[in-house]
Design a protein around this ligand. Structure first.
Ligand SMILES: [Zn+2]
Length: 496
């Protein structure tokens, strides 16, 4: 038995000015890893592809990994990058196999295709009309019929922050191996609702997603091969952006249909709870200052979430609105993670550790989709530390996977320690702070460019959380996003 296992992951923010060439799909290497290199990068980690490898090895299958390509979210994927990744996978399938297991995101938009995953799956189906295809998807999938038509089994994450990525690979992979063993006949149904849940209201520890995901798990305990409720990724102006569901049963299409519709009806009934209400930034910072007064110094920080500029939602990670507000408000004992500014990093490396520099920090990338030019901020501080920016996640999210922030510097203004990096990463793991010598648990305030994933590794430290509405292309203010292609009417853009 031979199994082709591959990864192609990108969440596309169509409003993002951050480019997505092939190099963005690699970590610490110029190209995404293939074959033995891909195996070594992911075997034993918390990834979906790692679960596929374990299942295939347990089944005694021969494994081919043509490519493992994962990029931080950004603008539409360059055609050359998509063609490179898709052709590697299709060539492997064309060499012959008994099953294909794919670790995909489910919200990839390329320069040519609105539904990147659907296009990949359509090509694989054309080469291998009968081969079973198992697909693990992110909860932020924007589902298209092309994906469901071509796949045999689909399973999506049931947690946000995504701490069940490995388990999702198991759910997709087990159904395929059961099918190969003649023990299951997967029957799949899907559907969507015209709703665009705000990302800030999608956390699976919060209602209503908590209850929706619990119902998915219950359906699986009661016999469904997989049950997935996708909250969707709204910062994508494409026809099928938004919430959907997929249920796979063993040889019972009517049950799959009924369970899918039940999930969709539950989500629709809870749609108002998925709407996020913004607080003005000045109010948030004033509230944060008050909250900190009631907290014993050193017992844990007030977390300030700069949620409009999260690089794991396609943010440039260089808008200075929230950090500027923190500096203006005079907050003290702050760690800020992080500002993307490779030029500033080079300037500080040239100056050297211990020297005092004045930088025009951040604000380098214009954001034409939301009508903003970059707004750098002049900052003076001491270069405290220079790092190569490489670290391995502790988990629970993306456990064991390598990260590469590129050359990274900590600039200390006296009141704020600002981490400035050369490659995007979202802070969701304590190891990111350890890599730059900061103990966030001892800080009075910690600013994070993050929305929900920070909770995975850092929530236990937080004494209070204040969501700060800054600027950026992953804004939760839909008024700022010019939706032209998403299907209408859709809630809450339209009153339904
Ligand atoms: Zn996601």
């Amino acid at each position: 038995m031979k199994v082709v296992i591959a990864q192609m992951k990108h969440e596309t923010n169509t409003f993002s000015p951050v480019p997505t060439p092939l190099a963005r799909f690699a970590t610490g290497t110029p190209m995404p890893p293939e074959g033995d290199e891909a195996y070594a990068a992911y075997k034993g980690t918390g990834s979906g592809i790692s679960a596929f490898i374990d299942l295939a090895e347990a089944a005694g299958a021969q494994i081919e990994i043509p490519i493992a390509a994962a990029a931080w979210p950004s603008g539409p994927v360059e055609d050359a990058a998509f063609e490179h990744i898709a052709s590697r996978i299709c060539q492997a399938v064309a060499r012959g196999c008994d099953a294909v297991l794919l670790d995909l995101h489910g919200a990839m938009v390329t320069q040519t295709y609105e539904d990147g995953e659907g296009e990949l799956l359509r090509r694989i189906r054309a080469i291998a009309p009968k081969v079973p295809i198992g697909v693990a998807l992110d909860m932020h999938t924007n589902m298209y019929p092309g994906m469901v038509d071509a796949a045999t089994v689909i399973a999506g994450y049931q947690t946000y922050p995504h701490i069940d990525v490995y388990e999702t690979g198991q759910r997709a992979g087990r159904a395929i191996f059961a099918m190969l063993a003649g023990q299951a006949r997967p029957a799949m149904a899907w559907g969507n609702k015209p709703m665009l849940p705000h990302v800030m209201r999608q956390g699976s520890d919060d209602s209503p997603n908590k209850e929706l995901q619990a119902r998915c798990r219950e359906m699986e305990r009661q016999g469904a091969l997989s049950a997935s409720l996708f909250v969707g990724f709204p910062n994508a102006d494409i026809h099928n952006a938004g919430l959907s569901a997929v249920v796979v049963t063993d040889n019972d299409p009517a049950l799959a249909r009924r369970l899918t519709d039940e999930l969709l009806d539950l989500a629709w009934a809870a749609r108002e709870k998925f709407v996020y209400k913004l607080e003005p930034l000045a109010d948030s910072l004033a509230r944060a200052k008050k909250l900190a007064q009631d907290i014993e110094p050193g017992s844990g920080p007030v977390v300030l979430l700069d949620h409009s500029d999260n690089c794991a939602s396609g943010g440039t990670m260089d808008t200075m609105t929230v950090l500027g507000g923190i500096l203006d408000a005079g907050l003290e004992d702050v760690a800020a993670f992080a500002v993307y500014d490779p030029a500033a990093v080079q300037q500080m490396i040239a100056a050297g550790v211990g020297s005092t520099v004045t930088l025009s920090l951040g604000g380098k990338l214009p954001m034409p989709s939301i009508g903003l030019s970059g707004q750098p901020r002049s900052v003076t501080g001491r270069v405290k530390l220079i790092s190569d920016g490489r670290f391995r996640n502790r988990g629970p999210m993306a456990r064991g996977e390598m990260n590469d922030m590129g050359p990274t510097v900590v600039l200390d203004t006296g009141k704020v320690e600002i981490v400035i990096l050369s490659d995007h990463i979202e802070p969701h793991d304590l190891a990111a702070f350890q890599a730059v010598g900061i103990d966030p648990s001892r800080k009075r305030f910690v600013m994070l460019k993050s929305r929900v994933h920070w909770r995975a590794g850092l929530k236990p430290l937080a004494r209070a959380v204040v969501e700060c509405a800054g600027t950026g292309v992953c804004t939760s203010d839909y008024e700022l996003l010019a939706f032209k292609n998403v299907r209408r009417p859709i809630y809450p853009l339209d009153p339904l």
